[in-house]
Design a protein around this ligand. Structure first.
Ligand code: FAQ
Length: 314
């Protein structure tokens, strides 16, 4: 078959809703985009552990601490599924990590903001995981089999994360005036970064049209952001929180909550490495990655020894 014929067959399979598997023929641009997105997604899960781990030792109760620890471990696990799924393109994890640490690969802008008080843990679970669910439920329908399957499992856990975050916020909103103020303050600081997670407007998005044609993404950045806003505004009002947007208003005809323009200068500054915590996040990752080198070496040595033993027994 010529390349044109292969492409036509590939596109027909996508149109028919078939999953593309690692050994199938695929255009180079398809694997390149997927590898970029999946590795960035994996890095986001891992870097996303940092803002939350800041509060493990200061959790207000044993119950809260256990839940937070379990959630952070889940995020690490999500990173591992995603690195494994990305490895189906023939790259290894060490190379992806090098791309992260040298700034060649991105991770979600939202993790470059600080966690200043306990309510921030509630806001991350409710808003950040809430936004991630809206995006990832869509990605579970992605045309690439390993990514789509990883997403199904991840979404189940994100549902629990979102609810634990909302529970923290709801509880604080029935507390003292100071606790209510803390919850509102966290809402004010995390609302806009959560909206930015969906990426630039569709018209500005470099990858959306090709990604949608090949069903890497099945819905656009703006559509998903609007779905998140519609869902979350109701949840905020239900527990007495105010959405920090003076222009927020419900449009009965479109059944959408309309909202102000995002501060795109801030978004791009954070994406380019100039957010409040970019430097700290990367320095932390590099430090602990280097300190963990002996664990990786020991694991490889153990695996080699095991294989040698198996060979001699056979
Ligand atoms: N941050 O053309 P588009 C979580 C970049 S996981 C940084 O629209 P695309 C769980 C984009 O890469 C959260 N960069 O790109 C958790 C591209 O640059 P490039 C992570 C961003 O790929 C919770 C350029 O801008 N989720 O939260 C961002 O079609 C709590 C142009 O953009 C995922 O990664 C951004 N927000 O759409 C963990 C989901 N937005 O690569 C711990 C998978 C855009 O050409 C604690 N990713 N850029 O240099 C996606 O769905 C997509 O990649 C988008 C962007 C929607 C993020």
């Amino acid at each position: 078959m010529t390349d044109e014929q292969k492409l036509a067959k590939f596109e027909a399979r996508i149109l028919a809703g078939e999953k593309i598997e690692p050994k199938d023929w695929m255009p180079e641009a398809y694997s390149k985009t997927l590898l970029r997105q999946m590795s960035q997604h994996a890095h986001s899960e891992v870097i996303g552990m940092q803002p939350e781990s800041n509060w493990v030792l200061r959790a207000p109760s044993l119950r809260a601490k256990k839940i937070l620890l379990a959630k952070i471990q889940d995020e690490g696990g999500h990173g591992l599924y995603l690195y494994s799924a990305a490895e189906t393109f023939g790259i290894d994890r060490a190379e992806m990590i090098e791309q992260l640490q040298t700034g060649k690969a991105k991770y979600s802008s939202v993790f470059n903001y600080p966690t200043l008080n306990w309510a921030d843990i509630g806001a991350i679970g409710w808003l950040v995981d809430g936004a991630a669910i809206v995006n990832q439920t869509m990605l579970a329908k992605c045309s690439y089999g390993p990514y789509s399957r990883a997403m199904i499992r991840i979404c189940k856990e994100e549902g629990f994360h979102q609810r634990q975050g909302y529970e923290i916020m709801a509880k604080m909103m029935t507390g003292t005036a100071a606790q209510k103020e803390m919850a509102q303050d966290a809402m004010n600081r995390w609302w806009w970064p959560a909206l930015m997670m969906f990426g630039p407007h569709d018209a500005e998005s470099v990858h959306t049209s090709e990604s949608m044609r090949w069903k890497i993404k099945v819905e656009s950045n703006d559509k998903l952001r609007q779905r998140f806003v519609n869902r979350t505004v109701e949840q905020a009002h239900h527990i007495g929180l105010t959405v920090p947007d003076a222009n927020l208003k419900y449009n009965k005809e479109t059944m959408n909550w309309e909202f102000s323009e995002i501060n795109w200068d801030e978004f791009w500054a954070v994406v380019k490495g100039n957010g409040p915590c970019n430097h700290q996040r990367m320095a932390h990752h590099i430090k602990y990655h280097n300190e963990g080198a002996w664990v990786r070496e020991a694991a490889i040595a153990y695996e080699n020894k095991l294989q040698q033993k198996q060979k001699t027994t056979v």
